[in-house]
Design a binder for this molecule. Structure first.
Ligand code: UDX
Length: 448
């Protein structure tokens, strides 16, 4: 089948590449000429395990092409996927500017029936807006061509996006007629094997499903983070509580890991956008507001720990940070808790020595060169003469480090663990002053 994908960002690239890998003929369109030139040379501008090889393979096979020419894209695909960004506006609502620009382009250039698929995360009602923009363009051209609009939200996790696309838990398709539903089913058939994972519904419900899924997951995390703060005060260990409650299948073990807050391109933005939509429709979303508040406070927790131990005077102190990306296996720094910590440390006049297996370039791009930031070549260099080690992201390589080396390199044997990677009793037996998240046990050991 012929597929066009507008937007060669994270979602667009994964979607286009996976469709091409299933044998479809895919054209990806992006307005960023530099990005397109890079992609034409087989250079993938984002870090996603497995994407590089799959992309170049399909490019070589001639099933995947990149262009800046929108007309070429519109003329190519029966399916026109919109996978461009929907950044948060200043008021927290999703900015639909890019999505509607693509809709306009499709309306301007289409010369045959098209299925326009909203893949970007967009507020409920966007499909109607897309429909009206395309319709308007056609009317201006005096054209009576037909088209359909579909909502097909993505559920890709960074770091596992290819797997999530190829073996999805569910494929949500919001449609308003059976013919389009059948065509979407046919397009997704390579990824819909063994048992039917495709769930069709009306368009508005599909649009809301995406927000509902992310808001539910974010709520689980904020709930656990709140509970971790309570556990700490009670002298209980949230990690044992987590295992205790996760064994109930109604609760489950997924997404109940406490930590220094959730980040990324989806959760913070989507919870905010859903809350905003609710308010627009005269509903006060108490729970969604609380989820965001808890998360904002949680991102301050590492700095609070530092102040607890070192006091408020941090001028001249140096802190080693392990892990900067918002989660492991990505270089994405969007809404990363490490940013809140680094910025607070800089405001307090402290130095940061940081290491992340993938996000160093991204950090440099965001913060540039600064005297109070040293980007280190490896995790041990970051420790040299630092006052404490702070773990912000649970990369696998941080799980079993050489603790003796850590102790020798640090000025003081202090570890602040924002992801509960280590075990308090083991750390203390090794002579570290250790702070986890919600681990009352370790607080007690500090000899209250
Ligand atoms: C998320 C959704 O999982 C995905 O379905 C959607 O399409 C996009 O948003 P992603 O942003 O890639 O994916 O990251 P995810 O793995 O969900 O983690 C989000 C954040 O929550 C990370 O900062 C992570 O550290 C944090 N998290 C996750 C916790 O703090 N505790 C947990 O138990 C799980």
């Amino acid at each position: 089948m012929k597929v066009t994908i507008f937007g060669s960002g994270y979602v667009g690239l994964v979607t286009g590449t996976c469709f091409a890998d299933a044998g479809n003929d895919v054209v990806c369109v992006d307005i960023d000429a530099e990005r397109v030139a890079q992609l034409q040379n087989g250079e993938v501008p984002i870090y996603e395990p497995g994407l590089d090889d799959m992309l170049t393979f399909n490019q070589e096979e001639g099933r995947l092409r990149f262009t800046t020419d929108p007309a070429e894209g519109v003329n190519h695909g029966l399916f026109q996927f919109i996978a461009v960004g929907t950044p948060a506006d200043e008021d927290g609502s999703a900015d639909l500017h890019y999505v509607l620009n693509v809709a306009q382009t499709i309306g301007q250039h289409m010369d045959d029936y098209r299925i326009i698929v909203d893949k970007s995360t967009v507020p409920v009602g966007t499909a109607d807006k897309v429909r009206s923009v395309v319709g308007q363009q056609l009317r201006e051209r005096g054209s009576s061509l037909e088209f359909d609009v579909v909502s097909n939200p993505e559920f890709l996790k960074e770091g596992a996006a290819i797997d999530d696309f190829v073996k999805p838990d569910r494929i949500i398709v919001g449609v308003d007629n059976p013919r389009t539903a059948e065509l979407m089913k046919a397009l997704y058939s390579p990824f819909n094997r063994n048992h039917d994972r495709l769930i069709s519904m009306d368009i508005r419900s599909a649009e809301l499903t995406k927000y509902a899924a992310n808001a539910m997951l974010a709520t689980k995390i904020s709930f656990m983070n709140e509970l971790s703060n309570i556990a700490e005060r009670l002298g209980a260990d949230i990690e044992r509580v987590r295992i205790g409650i996760g064994s109930d299948p109604r609760i489950g073990y997924h997404f109940i890991y406490p930590g220094c807050g959730f980040g990324g391109s989806c959760f913070p933005k989507d919870v905010q956008a859903l809350a905003h939509t609710a308010q627009e429709y005269d509903y006060q979303p108490e729970l969604l507001e609380a989820v965001q508040r808890v998360n904002r406070n949680q991102k301050d927790i590492l700095m609070q720990r530092i102040r607890e131990y070192f006091g408020d005077e941090l001028q001249g102190r140096t802190f080693a940070l392990w892990g900067l990306a918002f989660k492991p296996n990505t270089d994405d720094m969007r809404e990363a808790p490490s940013r809140v910590l680094m910025e607070a440390l800089w405001d307090a006049g402290a130095q940061v020595q940081a290491y992340d297996p993938e996000a160093m370039d991204e950090v440099e791009r965001i913060y540039g060169e600064r005297a109070d930031l040293e980007l280190c070549d490896n995790q041990y260099d970051a420790l040299e003469d630092a006052d404490a080690l702070v773990v912000c992201t649970e990369w696998q390589v941080f799980r079993s480090p050489d603790f003796e080396r850590i102790r020798q390199a640090l000025r003081q044997p202090v570890i602040i663990d924002g992801r509960n990677v280590y075990t308090p009793s083991v750390m203390e037996a090794m002579g570290f002053t250790y702070y986890g998240i919600g681990r009352g046990e370790s607080i007690r050991h500090k000899g209250e």
